[in-house]
Design a protein around this ligand. Structure first.
Ligand SMILES: Nc1nc2c(ncn2[C@@H]2O[C@H](COP(=O)(O)OP(=O)(O)OP(=O)(O)O)[C@@H](O)[C@H]2O)c(=O)[nH]1
Ligand SMILES: [Mg+2]
Length: 393
């Protein structure tokens, strides 16, 4: 009975008898639409896709694209130039020309966000100092999104210039490779890593030259996964500024000798050439027990630093860094930024310009400084007072 559909429509597998009628109705509608579109101009205009677009937009809230009712301008609109302001970022209240500096890799995002949250909670929610994030690779959108969300100061994200990060072509790679292999054989921590060496060299002599940091004088270095235990009631940047200090630390310890076999000899060679750079009333006693003959391996643990970048930018330190760099020890050995900064501060600054921030509770695994007694109470510190590592002897 009835009419037969053309074979190509109804004979396919899985098409059941009632489906014939649905297909027939669809075909008839399409045929009618086709005929009307050609015969009646008004009908054609009214049903064109451009006419239907506004209706589609206003009736598809459940699949709304970014940009319809979110404040996208403050989230993504100003990414250019690596500036990333958010409405939540408040104008700076802190009085110093200062910033936080964070060198990090994209995969460290969870640990970074945790460090930032603790920094905001204990200090920056009242001061709104800015943050500068640096990386040898471009930061991901996720990194920018999540880090910018947890802070109260403005943020900027910068990529490190190639030559400030990578092993210079003047380094004899054959010699450097042999040294890395020796260190791996001797179980020297990070002994086989080139990127760790890049990082140490960058922190020793380049970070303060990055274009995003040019406008700032003081910085506070933050690493992924560190803890800040206590409320910080006095602004450490202003403290440095008002007391003419150049370097602040919380933990000091001994360096692994195998990572810096010739660092002190190289330093002495530099000082013989440039005795004029050594400060009167310096802190040589902190780094040497025999009036400079040998280095005692003491250094400030540089994963925490609150310091004056103009000190690193000074002629004395810049010449010192360039001399060290010309000897290649960042790659032929594994010179760390902690001993390099510590020796630089101890020799080129006065000892009273170096400050122990004993009220700042801080942990970078596996060591922590936990303020003692009245300072612990004042700062409402959440660290265990009995777990305190200030000096290792
Ligand atoms: N962008 C970038 N950052 C790095 C790289 N290597 C290290 N860093 C950062 O440099 C800082 C020091 O590196 P760490 O790996 O923490 O070195 P460390 O503190 O001596 O050693 P840990 O005990 O492992 O923490 C951290 O802020 C790292 O995120 C790298 O290859 N690229
Ligand atoms: Mg670290």
């Amino acid at each position: 009975m009835g009419f037969a559909l053309p074979k190509f429509v109804y004979s396919g597998p899985g098409v059941h008898f009632p489906a014939r009628y649905y297909l027939l109705v669809v075909l008839l509608i399409l045929l009618t639409h086709f005929l009307f579109s050609h015969l009646h101009e008004e009908y054609s205009k009214a049903t064109s896709l451009t006419q239907l677009a506004p209706w589609i937009q206003s009736h598809s809230a459940s699949t709304q694209c970014v940009g319809a009712d979110t404040d996208t301008e403050s989230v993504w609109g100003t990414l250019e130039g690596d500036q990333y302001p958010r409405a939540a970022h408040k104008p700076q209240i802190g009085r110093a020309n200062a910033t936080f500096v964070i060198l990090a890799r994209n995969h460290e995002i969870n640990d970074i966000v945790q460090s930032l949250a603790e920094m905001e909670h204990t200090f920056n929610h009242q001061y709104h100092y800015p943050y500068v994030f640096l990386n040898d690779l471009p930061f991901t959108a996720e990194f920018k999104e999540r880090t910018s969300k947890v802070v109260s100061g403005k943020v900027s994200y910068g990529q490190i210039p190639h030559d400030h990060w990578h092993q210079p072509p003047t380094i004899d790679e054959e010699r450097a490779r042999k040294s890395r292999e020796d260190m791996v054989r001797n179980d020297v921590i990070y002994g086989g890593s080139v990127s760790y060496r890049n990082m140490c060299r960058f922190n020793s002599g380049f970070f303060f030259r990055h274009e995003l940091l040019q406008q700032y004088r003081y910085y506070w270095r933050i690493e992924p996964g560190v803890n800040f235990f206590c409320d910080i009631t006095e602004d450490p940047f202003v403290f440095l500024q008002e007391n003419n200090k150049v370097y602040g630390f919380t933990i000091s310890m001994y360096e692994y000798e195998s990572t810096i076999p010739t660092l002190w000899e190289t330093t002495k060679e530099f000082i013989r050439k440039h005795p004029e750079y050594v400060a009167k009333d310096n802190a040589l006693k902190f780094i040497s027990d025999d009036r400079g003959d040998s280095y005692n391996m003491c250094h400030f643990w540089s994963n925490f630093e609150i310091a004056d970048m103009d000190f690193w930018r000074s002629e004395a330190y810049m010449k010192y860094f360039e001399f060290l760099d010309s000897k290649g020890g960042f790659y032929y050995e594994r010179w760390g930024d902690a001993p390099v900064h510590s020796i630089g501060a101890a020799l080129f600054a006065k000892k009273e310009q170096i400050h122990f921030f004993k009220e700042i509770g801080y942990r970078h695994n596996p060591f922590q400084h936990c303020p003692q007694g009245a300072l612990h109470t004042k700062g409402k510190c959440w660290c265990d007072e009995r777990n305190n590592f200030d000096y290792e002897r």
